[in-house]
Design a protein around this ligand. Sequence first.
Ligand code: FES
Ligand code: FES
Length: 273
Amino acid sequence: MPENEISQVSRRQFLKNAGIIVGGTAVGSSFILSACKDREIEVTKEVTKTVQVTTVKATFVCPVCSQEFDSISALASHLDSAHPGEVETITKFVCPFDNTEFGSISELKTHIESEHLVAEPLDPSIVTLNVNGVNYLLRVNNHETLAWTLREQLGLTGTKIGCDMGQCGACTVLADGVPIYACLKLSREAEGIQIETVEGISDGHELSPLQSKFQKIDAVQCGYCTPGFLMAAKGLLNVKPNPTEDEVRLALSGHICSCGNFKKTIEAVKGGV
Ligand code: FES
Ligand code: FES
């Protein structure tokens, strides 16, 4: 073949001339053939994959004789005719809340929706909170925590929020003298309880003896955890004025100091004030 004709040879013609039969199943396979006087001719073949689809057919099996059917209605007819009275049908629906019985699922559903699914009021509640001996009349959202109300509504920011999930102790306040995590207490549930925060343990001018001891021993570094430790310590000293180290460790075990100042904190509480 003359050289000036080589560039014009078609792919089909080349394959025919070369006597090559291309077969196979790969998609987008490329063949580089070095022939025709050192010129390269690229032959590309695309083959569409064949996908085999399998359809699954549901089978309904008779629970009495194991005979199979194509539809639920065919099975139901079979049960009626071949096994009358042999299969127990559900005729009683029992309320899981109060055990009232109903004849149908729709009756039970209506009962549960009307009697047991009472939506909580979305409106904020008006509550009276007693904090550090002062009564406050407050409007609080139903999901509002005591820690949030103390800080954001009353401005008592001595109560810190660290984890906001009951793991660090930074939010600890006293509820009727007992340490609690204020981040786990809803404000609307705190009515009728005497709440004491870190602001309440001094007179606003002089540090309390416990605070003075913390200061003297350097039981404070950044101070973020300190109000929580102070309130937990005060809760302990309310019932154990002269606690041992083990008692202090136990009482403060729900508190985390990111600065790692545990040793001096325990020392400050041990033996009381
Ligand atoms: S903020 Fe309440 S336990 Fe951490
Ligand atoms: S003193 Fe900093 S976290 Fe405790």
